[in-house]
Design a binder for this molecule. Structure first.
Ligand code: AMP
Length: 580
């Protein structure tokens, strides 16, 4: 495959976004025509109509739960046209690990097909084109911290893996990555290894071996990048030993990984000395990444939403290297590409590609009012009808059998690229923390943690990771925030952090409930080092893929194992005195 033509891709994107409304109609028509024989659509009485108006009046808004019976039949091997015209051959397993409630930790299954794969590639190509225009990468490789979880067979014989695994395994994806000069420097045996600790170690080792060729450093989510370099801090001397001797550490026990690595790893004392010298010369690992990979042009991965927390640490490792927030999408399909790559991740927006799905938006402001007063579902608006500055819940109709599907994400329209909106990811719709009249989202929690973490920063410490829990065993109930802190911090500072967390939840419901003690004092529990690693290991044990892992920002009462891990590791705990 030849290298991709950046100008042509940008030109294509400009063309489709100039005519977003027409392209949306056409995309809907195509989806409905191709899947006209699907039982789900047949039952809704569309009778061949493919216009948005008929579609909206016949097809209901649904959640994953509504589609579960249909998806289950597909999983079980029913090859009749159920959700799509052509039978689905692959299933994406998505771990619902960041939503509070009973679904925590349980995999959610979604249809995956070639058409969805094509839209994935289209998004990757588009954002690559815009990135490459500003930060051209030369011939070389990418250090990608990607991990394919095991692909299994469902009862009905379908391939099942996480969406990222389904993508990484695809030969089209590999060819495309090569064309984008972003081929992963690690062999497949490392990417698809059965033990992520061993895969991570080998990704780092491959990165060092090919250090001169590395053009970019990537992971699906920023969290994995930070995790990788935190691990590097612990194993760097061992990595140097491996390179010096040309012998792989005994910590790698998977035969296929050992065999693949032995083809790459040769004794290279000069390289080992060089890396050793570079690492020893760093101050607190600042600027580690450009030091290790002198030709890297940028870091890329999803850095928005719940990943914003990791930006500070990532910037520390990245030094002067730019951070590029990747695109916006989900196992249900991609939505928008970051076409302004030079903006810092905090300002990143995603321009919706009008030909990869049919999108609708439920206004949030109006939604709350209407649904409270009239108890009815607010009316969604079309892609080109959204208004700048407004927040919406996003509804997806995709090419893999999801029709008017509530993704559960809230986005804000920041502007338009031609006639397609540029979205900012705000939060998951589900509220994380609520006891009575209080409503705090993931974003509220993050803001509150950021605020309190500034007090730690004055002590040169940081919040490694965090989560929360609503404790209703006390009367009144109260919020519990769990923190893992990078080092020792004295009690006075932590007490102040606890008060600051409490004060920083500014939601009117929370503040008024706190004032009258309808919600008890917030509790900060500082957990021992390594607690969040245990949580990660727990999810990996359940079959979650590291590349799709997001720390659950709220641990519900039913998530007993994670709650147990947290509670077994409490170092100190503090109660807020912010409200007297
Ligand atoms: P998954 O299906 O496991 O890949 O998770 C998809 C979810 O991750 C989305 O519904 C969002 O809530 C979140 N997500 C994906 N892309 C982004 C992004 N660019 N910024 C913030 N959150 C994102």
């Amino acid at each position: 495959m030849e290298t991709v033509d950046v100008d042509e891709l940008i030109e294509e994107f400009e063309t489709i976004t100039k005519d977003a409304e027409r392209i949306q109609r056409e995309t809907l028509r195509k989806i409905l025509e191709e899947n006209a024989s699907a039982e789900y659509l047949q039952n809704l009485g569309l009778n061949g109509r493919t216009d948005p108006e008929s579609f909206k009046s016949c097809v209901p808004l649904v959640t994953h739960e509504d589609l579960q019976p249909y998806i289950q039949r597909i999983i079980d091997g029913d090859i009749s046209p159920i959700l799509t015209g052509k039978p689905i051959t692959t299933i994406s397993r998505r771990h619902v690990i960041y939503i509070s409630g009973t679904t925590q930790g349980k995999p959610k299954f979604l249809p995956f097909n070639d058409e969805l794969m094509e839209t994935t590639l289209q998004i990757f190509r588009t954002s690559y084109a815009f990135r490459n225009r500003e930060f051209p990468i030369g011939k070389g490789k990418a250090l990608q911290f990607i991990y394919g979880s095991k692909q299994s067979k469902t009862k009905g014989g379908l391939n099942a893996g996480t969406a990222t695994t389904n993508v990484y395994r695809s030969s089209t994806f590999k060819a495309e990555m090569k064309a984008m000069q972003s081929q992963c420097c690690s062999p497949d045996e490392v990417i698809f290894g059965p033990d992520f600790h061993q895969s991570l170690y080998c990704h780092l080792l491959c990165g060092l071996i090919f250090r001169e060729e590395i053009q970019l450093v990537f992971s699906t989510f920023a969290h994995s990048l930070v995790h990788a370099f935190r691990t590097f801090e612990l194993v760097w001397e061992e990595l140097c030993d491996d390179i010096r001797e040309g012998v792989l550490s005994s910590r790698i026990t998977v035969p296929s990984i050992r065999a693949a690595m032995s083809k790459i790893l040769k004794p290279n004392p000069e390289l080992a000395d060089l890396i050793h010298k570079k690492c020893s010369g760093l101050s607190n690992w600042y600027g580690l990444i450009p030091e290790l990979f002198p030709n890297a042009k940028y870091l890329s991965g999803i850095m928005t939403g719940s990943m914003e927390h990791y930006l500070k640490k990532l910037r520390h490792y990245a030094g002067d290297l730019p951070l590029m927030s990747a695109d916006y999408g989900s196992s249900e399909g991609w939505i928008g590409a970051n076409v302004n790559p030079s903006l810092p991740p905090e300002l990143a927006t995603f321009a919706v590609l009008p030909n990869i799905g049919y999108f609708e938006f439920i206004p949030q402001r109006l939604g709350n009012l209407e649904s409270q007063v009239l108890c009815i579902e607010p009316k969604p608006v079309g892609l080109t009808e959204v208004k700048v500055g407004e927040e919406y819940e996003i509804i997806v109709t995709n090419v893999a059998g999801l029709y008017r599907y509530r993704l559960g994400d809230v986005v804000k329209v920041m502007g338009f690229h031609n006639s397609t909106p540029e979205l900012k990811f705000i939060c998951r719709r589900n509220l994380l923390l609520t006891i009575n009249i209080d409503k705090n989202t993931e974003k509220d929690l993050q803001l509150s943690v950021d605020e309190a973490a500034q007090l730690l920063a004055e002590e040169k410490q940081e919040v490694v990771d965090f989560t929360s829990h609503v404790d209703l065993s006390t009367d009144p109930g109260h919020y519990v925030i769990f923190w893992e802190v990078s080092g020792e911090v004295n009690d006075e500072v932590l007490k102040e952090c606890c008060n600051c967390l409490d004060r920083s939840f500014v939601d009117a419901g929370y503040v008024s409930a706190r004032k009258v003690n309808a919600i008890g004092p917030l509790e900060l529990r500082v957990v021992l080092k390594g607690t969040f690693q245990q949580i990660l290991d727990h999810y990996l044990g359940l079959g979650a893929a590291l590349s799709q892992f997001k720390t659950p920002r709220c641990v519900g009462p039913t998530n007993k194992t994670v709650l147990q891990i947290l509670c077994n590791n409490i170092g100190k705990s503090y109660f807020s005195t912010a409200y007297g």
